[in-house]
Design a protein around this ligand. Structure first.
Ligand code: SAM
Length: 495
């Protein structure tokens, strides 16, 4: 631990990550479906609090030239890295501020402009009470009336099982007083695995514990250190979060995860009866938290809730294909079983989308007499990752191309150890989550200006140090991407 960190892990950087839930298209979709009046505009002031290494801030800034995007974090290593990526990518509408939320004075907070959108992903349940108080102060002072706030956090009771695991981590890491936080976390893992094998009565075999126990490669030690070694890590009940946010006058809009707002997909008939009997708001959300596997909640709040009719709001949203559409509807697992779209609807929808982007209203009226509702269509189309909401009708931009090139070069060595890449899209006004290989190949195609170099040329350019079997493997991967992805990249203005 460093002396200035108030118990948060600051001696190693957090994994770099793009958070898709923060995309304005996703926020607009959820607001529309919940009947809440909010739409992103071309000129907004946006802040990401506890922005980590700034991947999301830089992506949003590159994809929205009319926005001013602020990233606040108290770790100078995070801020320096995020600012350096912005500088190399020539992003001039992202501002990174080294700021401790517990210590920012009102005068410092007021130097920020009035904000249209504030995001906090993975911060609230990791930090001490004075930091949370600072966040609420910032929201109270700077979030505009009508402004949106996205919060992603560890929720109870879903994360309750891991509270014992966190205690165990902390007792075991105390056995290794020397070394960095990730080294201490890594040193604790063998004993955690040994204990898990004995099936102790009160160390629940949660997904996290199973990943630590069984998966040698997936979890990187830096992630574990940030997740479990912070002194103040404390999952919260949704209603306690709402109470803490009350001074900022925030109303709950819904979950940033589409399915979690559709009661039909979540409850058995018996559960549904109890759900309907409960008052709207926190009691119903609590029931969802009992029923869903939801250790991490992603919630959207608004300062000043105004209702709108969800049907026209959803019908106006335009969607484009984000992966090759299968001829038969995918089957999506939902808490009550599975969901799919019958062929009488799926086939005309696929045909229309293959022609070009479509509004939800157009898709809903393709089959006269059938009129599916929006939730029915989006559960499968968006749930299977087949479509994404398109916010702007524009072509490729220099800003997103520069950004994509810069992150492909900056992060390639780290790619295998966790982290989440995305390529910035001016059409989505956000990023498309992807692998490093996809990002690197898209950058090569963009730079080739309409030509498509052969797979070997691309593989040699992006991985100049490899040869033999590794080169053959890379060529195969590039060939597959060249078959599947360029149409999508063109549609979203990436190449
Ligand atoms: C778990 S990370 C999440 C980072 C980023 N939002 C993401 O999702 O990739 C939490 C972040 O909060 C920052 N943080 C912790 N305490 C803080 C404080 N008092 N003031 C500002 N930032 C803080 C950390 O430096 C870290 O980058």
């Amino acid at each position: 631990m460093t002396s200035w960190s108030h118990g948060y892990v600051a001696d190693s950087p957090y994994t770099f990550s793009y958070q898709a839930a923060q995309a304005p298209g996703n926020l607009a979709l959820i607001c529309a479906m919940m009947g809440v009046d909010w739409q992103p505009t071309a000129h907004m002031n946006v802040a990401d609090i506890g922005c980590g290494r700034g991947y999301t801030v830089n992506t949003l800034a590159a994809a929205n030239p009319g926005w001013n995007v602020f990233g606040l974090d108290y770790n100078p290593a995070h801020i320096a890295e995020a600012a350096s990526v912005a500088e190399r990518a020539q992003i001039n509408n992202a501002t990174f501020v080294e700021a401790d939320l517990a210590e920012m004075t009102d005068a410092e907070i007021d130097q920020l402009p009035e904000l249209d959108l504030v995001s906090l992903h993975g911060v609230w349940t990791w930090v001490a009470d004075p930091v949370r108080a600072g966040i609420v102060r910032l929201l109270s002072r700077r979030l505009k009336p009508g402004g949106l706030c996205y919060i992603g956090y560890n929720a109870l009771p879903g994360f309750g099982g891991d509270m014992a695991l966190q205690r165990l981590f902390r007792h075991l890491t105390a056995l290794h007083p020397v070394g960095s936080s990730p080294e201490k976390a890594r040193a604790a893992v063998p004993m955690i695995r040994a204990l898990h094998a004995t099936k102790p009565a009160n160390l629940p075999p949660t997904n996290m514990l199973k990943r630590i126990a069984e998966d040698e490669t997936e979890l990187d030690a830096s992630y574990l250190a940030h997740e479990f070694l912070t002194a103040h890590w404390r999952p919260v009940f949704f209603e306690d979060l709402c109470a803490d946010l009350a001074p900022a006058k925030l109303d709950h809009v819904g979950s940033a995860g589409f399915h979690e707002n559709v009661a039909d997909l979540l409850f058995s008939p018996e559960q549904r009866e109890i759900y309907e009997a409960l008052p709207m708001g926190t009691p119903r959300e609590f029931l969802k938290d009992l029923v869903l596997q939801r250790p991490f909640r992603r919630d959207i709040f608004i300062r000043g809730l105004r209702r709108t009719d969800p049907v026209p709001a959803l019908d106006r949203l335009v969607f484009g294909i984000s992966k090759t559409l299968p001829d038969k509807s995918p089957n999506i697992a939902v808490p009550v079983g599975s969901a799919e779209i019958g062929p009488e609807l799926w086939e005309p929808i696929v045909a229309a989308l293959r022609e070009g982007p479509q509004s939800l209203g157009q898709l809903r009226t393709l089959t006269p007499g059938r009129n599916p509702n929006a939730a029915e269509l989006l559960t499968v189309l968006a749930g299977a990752g087949c479509v994404l909401p398109m916010l702007r009708d524009v072509g490729p931009s220099e800003a997103t191309r520069n950004f994509n090139r810069t992150v492909a070069e900056t992060y390639w060595r780290e790619g295998r150890r966790g982290g989440q890449y995305a390529m910035a899209s001016p059409v989505l006004a956000a990023g498309i989550p992807c692998s490093w290989m996809e990002l690197a190949v898209a950058v090569q195609l963009g730079d080739a200006g309409g030509e498509t170099p052969d797979p070997e040329t691309i593989a040699r350019r992006i991985l100049p140090d490899i040869s033999g079997d590794a080169l053959e493997g890379a060529k195969d991967m590039v060939s597959e991407l060249l078959r599947e992805r360029p149409d999508v990249w063109r549609r979203f203005g990436i190449i």
